[in-house]
Design a protein around this ligand. Structure first.
Ligand SMILES: NC(=O)c1ccc[n+]([C@@H]2O[C@H](COP(=O)([O-])OP(=O)(O)OC[C@H]3O[C@@H](n4cnc5c(N)ncnc54)[C@H](O)[C@@H]3O)[C@@H](O)[C@H]2O)c1
Length: 315
């Protein structure tokens, strides 16, 4: 049997978006889940992701039609991976479940097939702990939500990952029109969440200390630095202004910004009060007055437009 399929195990929110992107890149794709109902739901979601990209000129009608035809489903993981040239796991974020699946995949698959996990918070080193045959072909591929729109994928190497496998997976994801980054150590927060947490830590501290309101912090980021970020990262910014100036600004600002190693007491108090954000109606914002669904729709509409602009700029 030919090994020419990308197999995505877990047909939920992430797995369906990942399957859509794999199919749009011209791969045959099998979506696997535990029940016929789950795979049917996952397939519908994957098709909707493809359609959304087509409706927004991020895929041609011919590409979308071919991609939808490339999708199939299975509830039998062992049978599905018999045709796999690459496996991406996107099941529940539970270490024991991922370890059990990886242990089986390790035994079922020949060494040349990369086995990837979409884990957002676990270490691939721990997920592959029971892989006694070929842990060197295991790697994290952390797609960002929504996986069919956000280009970033963090390709994270575990302690035993062969860098050649990580590079092979990264190059394949580039073919899927993703923007993968290679992360050489298996640390909490991978790469992007380490940077994001530094921003969140300072954002909360600014609100906690009364320097500015939550809305103004978000506006300062959204209307300022975020306008440049899709094409102009902070390190490119340093090169543009000169590292000498960048260093001097660091010497002035760093002593007065937050360097906490724990979550701010401000967010602990929010959690204790039951102010858990949109799900309870109150967090940094009052969600009785706003709609989280509308905010999410606006976020996704912006990402779509940004993808279109980036495609144009990168042509
Ligand atoms: N939701 C996010 O924002 C996000 C972002 C990035 C990464 N992730 C990660 O992606 C993974 C999936 O997240 P999700 O939000 O898509 O979850 P989800 O709950 O929407 O989907 C998980 C699916 O996996 C299936 N499943 C569970 N065990 C299985 C098994 N042994 N074999 C086959 N299918 C199985 C479930 O039935 C379910 O359909 C998690 O590791 C999560 O941490 C999530």
């Amino acid at each position: 049997m030919a090994r020419d399929r990308v197999v995505v195990v877990g047909a939920g929110m992430m797995g369906s978006g990942i399957a859509a992107m794999a199919a749009l890149a011209g791969n045959k794709v099998t979506l696997v889940d535990v029940s016929e109902t789950a795979v049917a739901r996952g397939l519908e979601k994957a098709k909707a992701c493809i359609q959304l990209r087509q409706e927004n000129d991020l895929a041609t009608p011919a590409e979308a039609e071919a991609a939808a035809a490339n999708l199939s489903t299975s509830v039998d993981t062992e049978k599905a991976v018999a045709e796999a040239c690459m496996v991406i796991e996107a099941i529940v974020e539970k270490l024991s479940a991922k370890q059990a699946l990886f242990q089986q995949l390790d035994q079922w698959l020949p060494p040349e097939v990369p086995v990837c996990s979409n884990t957002s918070g676990l270490r691939i080193t721990d997920i592959s702990a029971l892989c006694t045959c070929h842990p060197e072909r295991t790697v994290t591929t952390h797609f960002w939500l929504p996986a069919h729109l956000v280009p970033l994928v963090e390709v994270v190497m575990g302690d035993k990952t062969d860098e050649a496998v990580a590079v092979q997976v990264r190059d394949e994801l580039r073919r899927w029109k993703k923007s993968p980054v290679l992360v050489r150590r298996d640390l909490p927060g991978q790469l992007a969440n380490r940077v994001f947490q530094a921003i969140i830590r300072e954002a909360i501290d600014i609100v906690a200390s009364g320097l500015a309101s939550a809305e103004d912090v978000d506006t300062a980021i959204a209307a300022g630095m975020a306008m440049r970020f899709p094409v102009w990262g902070p390190l490119m910014h340093l090169d543009a202004i000169g590292t000498d100036l960048g260093m001097s600004v660091q010497e002035t600002v760093l002593p007065s910004i937050c360097a906490d190693k724990q979550a701010n007491p401000f967010i602990h108090d929010m959690v204790d009060r039951g102010d858990l954000g949109a799900k309870t109606g109150k967090g940094f914002y009052d969600w009785n007055e706003r709609s989280i669904e509308a905010a999410m729709a606006k976020r996704d509409a912006f990402i779509i437009e940004a993808c279109k602009v980036l495609n144009k700029l990168n042509q």
